[in-house]
Design a binder for this molecule. Structure first.
Ligand code: GRF
Length: 200
């Protein structure tokens, strides 16, 4: 078994996809052992509770600086024996102290085909607004490793989604989630958990 922590800040539909995959036996050796939210009001926390998964709220604003936050977060995850960190709509910035503590063991889902519409400032609906403003006909989602560069770590999985006539940022966001994100994130998590298990 490989212990997975899922880091969230909002609604948690990607967390739900992971929970559902685990219930269906599709998370490989992975076990969602902890949910950490950067926001005490995130609905993702309710999803964790309903699934019987322990959770914690660790907020950037409760720490004097980013480094203290990184250290506290890493300490909590290490105490719980977490082996893989999955960012699922997590909006706090993770600094080098955290990234070093979990080097090559942090993955993120981004709602575009990297290297398009990614990097600083591209989050949430802004990604889909930019894709529509550019006029691309195909977008999608990417699961990638997290390093010091925003959305710059190596790519693990990608899936394309067609833009449709009349799409709004909201309709496109929903289709990218349904057709790509909810499938890719559990798949990548299972793949990595199996790799980690093999290596240990
Ligand atoms: C998703 O679009 C994800 O790609 C992005 O943030 C959103 C989170 O949605 N990183 P949810 O909280 O999983 O519903």
């Amino acid at each position: 078994m490989v212990k997975v922590a899922v880091l969230v800040s909002g609604g948690g539909t990607n967390l739900q996809a992971l929970i559902d995959a685990q219930a269906a036996g599709k998370l490989g050796c992975g076990k969602i052992s902890l949910v950490v939210s950067s926001n005490a009001k995130a609905y993702a926390l309710t999803r964790a509770e309903q699934a019987g998964i322990p959770s914690a709220v660790i907020r950037r604003k409760d720490y004097a600086c980013g480094e203290d936050y990184d250290v506290a977060l890493a300490k909590k995850l290490k105490e719980e024996g977490i082996q893989l960190v999955v960012l699922a709509g997590f909006l706090s910035i993770l600094g080098p102290k955290f990234i070093d503590a979990y080097r090559d063991r942090i993955i993120n889902i981004h709602p575009s085909l990297i290297p398009s519409f990614c990097g600083d400032g591209f989050y949430g609906l802004k990604v889909h607004e930019a894709a529509l403003a550019y006029g691309v006909k195909v977008t999608g989602a990417t699961v990638h490793f997290v390093n010091e560069i925003t959305d710059g770590g190596s790519i693990i999985l990608q899936k394309a989604v067609y833009v449709e006539e009349g799409d709004t940022p909201e309709t496109l966001q929903r289709r990218v989630m349904e057709q790509a994100e909810w499938e890719l994130l559990p798949k990548a998590t299972a793949m990595l958990c199996d790799k980690i298990q093999e290596a240990e």
